[in-house]
Design a protein around this ligand. Structure first.
Ligand SMILES: [Zn+2]
Length: 109
């Protein structure tokens, strides 16, 4: 299997263990990625869209629709978009790894 972003199989397994639910909208995701059901499939989400791409602290599995909605947008900015507002995706509802990341970066200030 091709290994995106240089993440080790170990790291990917850890990510899957951590959640088969989207870290943002908590939708149950399809794994492995299904091109016909892109929006429901698990995709690798980078919280900050910055290297290093293989840092497990800054990646998580998110569903295709959250991932493509967010794109390269900073997390805090994305959380204010209608996509998140409509789905009630907020700082308080996102999964723990996302909150850990934000706490770490202290970007919420
Ligand atoms: Zn999602």
């Amino acid at each position: 299997m091709s290994n995106p972003y240089g993440l080790s199989e170990d790291a990917l397994a850890k990510l899957r263990e951590r959640a088969c639910l989207c870290v943002y909208c908590h939708k149950e995701m399809i794994y492995p990625f299904d091109t016909k059901r892109r929006s429901d499939s698990a995709t690798i989400e980078h919280f900050n869209h910055e290297p290093p791409w293989n840092n497990i602290e800054t990646v998580a599995y998110a569903c295709g629709s959250c991932n493509s909605s967010k794109g390269a947008m900073p997390l805090m900015e994305w959380l204010e978009k209608s996509y998140c507002v409509e789905r009630n995706i907020t700082l308080d509802t996102v999964a723990q790894p996302v909150r850990d990341y934000l706490a770490d970066k202290d970007v919420s200030k």
